[in-house]
Design a binder for this molecule. Sequence first.
Ligand SMILES: Nc1ncnc2c1ncn2[C@@H]1O[C@H](COP(=O)(O)OP(=O)(O)O)[C@@H](O)[C@H]1O
Ligand SMILES: [Mg+2]
Length: 324
Amino acid sequence: MRVSEPILVIDDLVVDFHGRKKGESIRAVDGVDLTVSPGEVVALVGESGCGKTTTANAVLGLVSPTSGRVTVGGIDIANADKAALKAARAGMQMIAQDPYESLNPRMTIGEIVLEPLVIHDFSEGDLNARAAQALGHAGLNPPKEFISRRPHELSGGQRQRVVIAAALSIQPRLIVADEPVSMLDVSIRAGILNLLQSLAREDDIGILMITHDLSTVAAYCDRIAVMYLGRIVETGPTLEVIKSPQHPYTEALLSVVPSHDPDHSMTPILLEGETPDAAKVPSGCRFHPRCPKVFESCPMVEPDLLEVGEGHRAACLLVSGLAD
Ligand SMILES: Nc1ncnc2c1ncn2[C@@H]1O[C@H](COP(=O)(O)OP(=O)(O)O)[C@@H](O)[C@H]1O
Ligand SMILES: [Mg+2]
């Protein structure tokens, strides 16, 4: 892969929210480091409630970090002045989970695709040609057959392609896709994921792909970051992580990924215990109450994210040799 400056740098990001009880504070994101380079698809994976959307919202400037920093194209999102923030926003786009909700039913497809250009004050050139080009690029061909139609006339997969076309119209350098296929029919997911992967490859766009379902996206991303209760517990190149997961949580997530090699298919690991709650983070290793490999020290010692291979890191006492 090309070596280039990351388009997105998340540095020790912490995000706290007020909890439901008075005075209670919830740490939704707890010290996350993550980068995405141009041309790269990075998957942020974890169960519901682990802090994925909050991380995405901090990238988009929709929530402020309690501490730490998010920079997009070198611009510090939380501390940028108005003009710099506008420039950063014009370079990134969000693709939300639900194409039914994210498209205005009263607008035509052409208007929807042009909207980001209007918001970001693009006025150069032929905007209609640009909309048609974005539609074609998102696989809606021929584009002119879609321009005057409305969202309800399209299938779920076509609507998500319209969302992607709208994102592409401003030629972003970073796309944050939050569960981009989870609301779509299983049969059309691969087409959308393929499209996102080819946008990264061909247009040098960095893509942060957020998902609770590693099995669906693993084949389409270059790197994986596994998140558990606000923290990254394992990260590395996709093949590396899939071939030799070092964290028992990653192992459990991967045990449900279908394998094409019958010698390597795993028995699904079912995680026991309560589903995690950001208002009640367990002591020591936060995964210990559900960990099939829990040791005596796990409730006492919080493991650091340590290097286990080239660009591959895991936070587990088994890795740091502290388990006994
Ligand atoms: N605006 C908010 N106010 C209070 N708590 C929140 C808010 N947004 C998210 N949370 C809490 O933060 C945690 C992480 O949520 P979220 O980032 O949405 O997780 P995910 O996208 O991984 O499902 C959850 O415990 C959630 O209840
Ligand atoms: Mg979410």
